[in-house]
Every structure is written in C-alpha cells, then in structure tokens.
Design a protein around this ligand. Structure first.
Ligand code: PEP
Length: 247
C-alpha cells in the first residue's frame, strides 16, 4: 500500500516573510487526521528557514532541483548534499519547467535522482507530455520513455516518487480528465512493476497540473493516483490544506 503524498512546489515564489505560510500549513496539519505525507518545496533561499519552522511538525520540506555532483565548479548550483544539510527530505527533479528552461535531458535528470539517493533524499521524478505530443497521440510513448530514462539504474530498493504532470495542464487552469490521468498512471504503475518486481506498489505516483481545492478529491480518487504535486495552489495555506484534506 502506497503512503500518499501531497507536495507543494512554490517555484520561484516566496520571500522571507512568506515563511508565515509554512507555519500556517504546519499548524493546519495538526488539525487533520489524514494519513498522507505533506511536503513543501520552497525556493532554495527559504529551505533552511522552512525546515526550521516545520521541525517537529508533520510537514516536511524539499527542494525544487539539485546538481548531480557533490561539489565543485558549478556556479549558482546547489548539490543534493547541501540541500540535505539544511533539512530537506525530498528534491524535485525533471520538472517540465527545468526540462524546457534548462534543456535538461532524461540522462541529466537520472543523474540528479542518483545524486538525491547518494545524499539520502527522496527524488520526485517528473514526467509529462506537451500538448502537441498529446494531440499527436504520443502521450504513452513520451511518458514511458521519460520514465525509463529518468529513473537511475541504481534505483532498485530505493525510495522515490514519480509525478505525472502533463505540461499543458501546468499553471494553465486546464486539468487532465480522470480518464486521461488513469490511463497514464496505470501505465506508469505497469512499467514500474516490470522494472521493479515486487516494489512497484511502494512508489507514490502523483498527479500535477492545476490541482485546486475544487478538483482535488476527484483527481486524488483516481486509480493509481497516490497524491498530488501542486504549484499555484500551494502558495496559499488554506488552498493547500484543503487539497491535503481531500487526500
Ligand atoms: C507544478 O508546478 O508542478 C504544478 C503542477 O503547477 P500548477 O499546480 O500551478 O499547475
């Protein structure tokens, strides 16, 4: 049985004053008895403060990206070890915005996921098709190939999360239908089962793409959906807690 996860991705949003939202989420979780895990991934500048705020609560804190190397001449980058050092438990890798903005390939993403394992972090490996790919009938092919290429060779026996995020649904208000979500999530579970015999049911598969309080219950009840990766709606404590409450 997979333990569900509701994860927030703040993207490049949030200043030090926004740590109040982290406190509100942490406090709000205390009043809920859902069994799901809850994670917020603020920008790197806020991870340390957020981890301090969340310490001793049910809320955990993650990062939105990491470099594959431990250290070295990589100006502006942050390693998985650095992220773990300041209290993060998870790291998102391969978000479609990084695949698009930074040209990250499946190979780069697999190396980042491997780095997360090395540092004791749980990688959240993101995959998802563009609108053109969906309209060309290539969704399953694209998602299968991203999944195969982005999960590192050494993943057997390690904890990781997969997030299916159709690119056309991220930040657009367009939500995948339950049928569309189930078709892809069922396929992901099947592929995980072939690659990780006996372990496929241990990997949470999250849906991400314009999840909001109003559509969360339906999406989270779909087959093989074990939680959500939430962008915009994770910036407001009430909305994020409402989504968590629907899990
Ligand atoms: C995301 O950034 O991963 C995401 C799903 O964003 P949104 O919820 O805003 O569509």
């Amino acid at each position: 049985m997979v333990r569900p996860l509701i994860a927030g991705n703040w993207k490049m949003n949030g200043l030090s004053g926004d740590s109040d939202t982290i406190s509100q989420i942490a406090r709000g979780l205390e009043g809920l008895d859902n069994v799901a895990d809850c994670l917020i991934c603020p920008p790197a500048t806020l991870i340390s403060k957020a981890a301090d705020t969340a310490s001793g609560t049910r809320l955990t804190v993650g990062a939105q990206d990491c470099h594959a190397n431990v250290s070295g001449a990589h100006t502006g980058d942050v390693s998985a070890e650095m992220i773990a050092d300041i209290g993060a438990s998870h790291v998102i890798v391969g978000h479609s915005e990084r695949r698009a903005d930074h040209g990250e390939s499946n190979e780069v993403i697999a190396a980042k996921a491997e780095a997360a394992f090395r540092a004791g972090l749980v990688p959240i490996i993101c995959i998802g098709e563009t609108l053109d790919e969906r309209e060309a009938g290539q969704t399953i092919e694209v998602v299968s190939s991203q999944l195969a290429g982005s999960i590192p060779a050494g993943a057997f026996g390690k904890a990781f999360v997969v997030a299916y995020e159709p690119v056309w649904a991220i930040g657009t208000g367009k939500v995948a239908s339950v049928d569309q979500v189930e078709e892809v999530h069922d396929k992901i579970r099947e592929i995980l089962g072939e690659r990780f015999p006996g372990q496929a049911d241990e990997t949470p598969i999250l849906y991400g793409g314009s999840m909001k309080p109003g559509n969360a219950a339906e999406l989270l009840a779909a087959s093989n959906v074990d939680g959500g990766l939430i962008g915009g709606a994770s910036l407001k404590a009430d909305d994020f807690l409402a989504i968590y409450g629907a899990c």
